[in-house]
Ligand binder design. Structure first.
Ligand code: MSP
Length: 504
């Protein structure tokens, strides 16, 4: 089966921060997990380079937009290997192939009769690149997100007939209750639709930095349609000579809550207008907060992912973000929070389980995992190892990243308790307990293998090191007891060494 997952494409007018890394890591975890299930995966991320925010930022610096985007896009791309992200392609909306495909698709929408010329007047936020309805306005005609005064704009432009899709969108939502998740976001999008859809601008006459409309070259396409289309255009040229559209479309979109309306309302309607299938679905995450506020460049309260990685490692960062903040909701992150989870969970729980399991196999069984039967004691019960693979797969099918991690972590804790309960060091003193010791050591190694296979998508570097040390070659998700044992293990230096105190 094919599995296509995307991130939002990032505005290049600012530096990447942890809030951006968050959407990307989420999509990466899903992509990696699905590859472990032998799905045919395509994972896309990239940069949103047109439109007013970029044009304004370039103007402030006194340079051409092209120069600004060429300077900043690499910063987003360079972040990816540093956070262990395994994207298959990186799209830039200034790619000529993207621009050509956008023109082709918007021409279809035009020819299908969903475009007309008109006059627009309304309150516009240049930072959101969005017109705000009266209902959305903050006090004194300000942007509710950026808190800046809005501009009253009046312009002649082309409109997309969003209102024509009122019934079709309502039907889509009725037929596909999981089209938008979590449920609260589905409700929010549906009530926006039920509130009555108005046509939206498809083009901007005042801008020059963007994709020209093929039938009116004086106007550039409204940046949001240009940007949304990346999810489709990328497939037409990411595969070199091969067009990947039929193989991978439709996609699952991972996005933040601030861009719900564009993805959950405009985007499916636009696809319908162009004759494309609507997305497979979308998962909307919340914000990472610092001291109670959205982390954002304009508020100046960002955690620099590069610094965090240097101190804690990329895998620890990946783990922390999805453990600390329930995926789908807002939640606070902080350097002290990082440190606490790093010490108590990664080093003391998982790291300790790993090192003592390997050490005991080394010491009591000459470095070879005994071939034995899995201990039913460890397999059973609510936090038993028996069905953890199925439980986690079921949750990740629904992009429930935090709940899936909770399930895995319950088993890590269960395994540590099992060591305390079975006391292998005592069993080793009694020859008559040799069979029991075999079973305990096998069960520990097998439990560690199965949980690590599930953690691998979250912590790919650490997981690989652990599985190599366990002599487990296969990376496919596996059930507890499916490996017969008998393999050699190697000891490992600590997976999560003590961190140096530093000012982050
Ligand atoms: N360019 C548009 C998206 C176009 S997609 C077709 C955009 N870019 S953005 O760079 O401003 O934001 C990209 C994503 O980063 C959004 O999903 C946004 O929610 C996410 N985050 C930015 N700051 C964030 C946090 N502090 N926390 C979590 N994610 C947030 O919007």
């Amino acid at each position: 089966m094919s599995y296509y997952v995307t991130t939002p494409i990032y505005y290049v007018n600012a530096e990447p921060h942890l809030g951006h890394a968050y959407s990307t890591i989420a999509a990466d975890i899903l992509a990696r997990h699905m590859r472990q299930r032998s799905e045919d995966v395509f994972f896309l991320t990239g940069t949103d380079e047109h439109g007013e925010p970029v044009a304004q930022a370039a103007q402030k610096l006194g340079i051409e937009p092209r120069e600004l985007v060429d300077r900043n896009a690499p910063k987003f791309e360079e972040l990816l290997p540093q956070i262990n992200v395994s994207n298959d392609f990186f799209i830039r909306t200034s790619d000529p192939e993207h621009e050509a495909k956008v023109q082709e698709i918007v021409q279809i929408v035009h020819d299908n009769g969903y475009v007309y010329e008109g006059v627009y007047e309304g309150w516009y936020c240049p930072r959101c690149a969005d017109f705000k309805s009266e209902l959305e306005l903050g006090p004194g005609q300000t942007c509710p997100i950026h808190k800046i005064p809005l501009e009253r704009e009046r312009e002649e432009n082309w409109f997309f007939r969003l209102s024509a899709f009122q019934d079709q969108l309502e039907r889509l939502y009725a037929e596909r209750p999981d089209f938008v998740r979590p449920q609260a976001r589905y409700n929010e999008a549906l009530s926006f639709i039920r509130g009555g859809l108005e046509d939206v601008s498809l083009s901007r006459p005042k801008l020059t930095w963007g994709v020209r409309l093929p039938w009116d070259r004086r106007q550039v396409m409204y940046v949001w349609f240009d940007a949304l289309l990346n999810y489709v255009t990328a497939l037409s040229y990411a595969g070199g000579g091969e067009d990947l559209t039929d193989r991978f479309w439709p996609a699952l979109h991972i996005i933040g809550k601030d861009i719900l309306k564009f993805h959950a309302v405009y985007w499916p309607a636009f696809l319908m207008a162009a004759g494309y299938e609507v997305p497979k679905g979308m998962f909307i995450h919340g914000y990472l907060l610092m001291e109670g506020h959205k982390m954002s460049k304009s508020l100046g309260n960002v955690l620099d992912p590069f610094e965090v990685i240097e101190r804690f490692g990329a895998d620890a960062l990946r783990y922390y973000c999805f453990r600390e903040v329930s995926f789908g909701q807002d939640g606070s992150v902080s350097p002290t929070g990082f440190e606490a989870r790093y010490d108590s969970e990664l080093a003391n729980e998982y790291g300790n389980l790993a090192s003592r399991t390997l050490a005991m196999i080394d010491r009591f069984r000459d470095g070879r995992v005994p071939a034995a039967e899995p201990d039913p004691e460890l397999a059973g019960g609510g936090d038993g190892l028996a069905r953890v693979d199925a439980a986690v797969c079921g949750l990740l099918d629904r992009a429930e990243l935090t709940q899936a991690l909770d399930e895995i972590w319950k088993r890590v804790r269960r395994l540590n308790r099992y060591v305390e309960e079975t006391r292998p060091w005592d069993l080793a003193k009694d020859d008559e307990e040799a069979g029991r010791l075999d079973q305990v050591l096998y069960s520990l190694a097998e439990g560690l293998r199965v949980t690590t296979l599930l953690l691998l998508a979250y912590m790919p570097e650490i997981g690989d090191r652990m599985l190599d040390a366990l002599g487990a070659e296969d990376r496919a998700i596996a059930a507890f007891g499916s490996h017969g044992g008998g393999q050699r293990i190697e000891k490992l230096p600590p997976l999560f060494p003590k961190i140096e105190a530093a000012a982050v």
